[in-house]
Design a protein around this ligand. Structure first.
Ligand code: NI
Length: 178
């Protein structure tokens, strides 16, 4: 396995529609293994092939978030087949470093995809996994999360926003208790 270079916003590769995978060969397996290693090294939750300059429909997504028990889903030619609910939170991208935006996504998402050998399967994710499915699949059609938000926040601004939001919630709770 080898780490690959993650390209950033402004690179035309991130604006292209990716082609389906048709050959489930050694080359695909190497790409998937390299993407997994790159994801782990970058501390990301998901990565799409165009982010490493490959215009094919492949994504990897961190499934279990517990430390030491990471499982990375490999999705080839993925599509969303069901979604429900709603969640709104900050979202970021390894190709848009240091910038975060508030994006609303479905709470629960089911994807249908092929594994590295071409067999079809379905997987359902909630919360951050569902958010990640939506985000990574958009990469395959040349879209970035920034298209869903009016403003981008630095990590410091995001922390401030979260702290203020928590304070407002606490105030609302204590008022409700009186
Ligand atoms: Ni991204």
């Amino acid at each position: 396995m080898a780490e690959r270079v993650i390209i950033t916003r402004g690179d035309p590769c991130l604006e292209k529609k990716c082609r389906p995978v048709v050959k489930f060969d050694k080359r695909l397996h190497t790409l998937i293994d390299d993407m997994k290693e790159t994801l782990l090294i970058s501390n990301g939750v998901g990565l799409a092939a165009p982010q490493v300059g490959i215009l094919r429909r492949v994504v990897v997504v961190m499934d279990v978030m517990e430390e030491g028990n990471e499982h990375i889903l490999e999705l080839v030619n993925p599509e969303i087949v069901a979604q429900e609910g709603e969640q709104t939170d900050f979202e970021g991208c390894l190709s848009v470093p240091g910038q975060y935006g508030i994006v609303t996504r479905p709470y629960k998402v089911t994807v249908r995809a092929q594994d590295r050998d071409g067999s079809w399967f379905e997987h359902t994710g909630e919360e951050i996994v569902a958010r990640c499915f939506c985000h990574e699949l958009e990469h395959l059609d040349g879209h970035l999360f920034v298209e869903h938000t009016d403003r981008l926040y630095t990590p410091e601004e995001m922390d401030e926003y979260r702290a203020a939001h928590e304070q407002r919630e606490q105030e609302a709770e204590s008022e409700g208790g009186e």
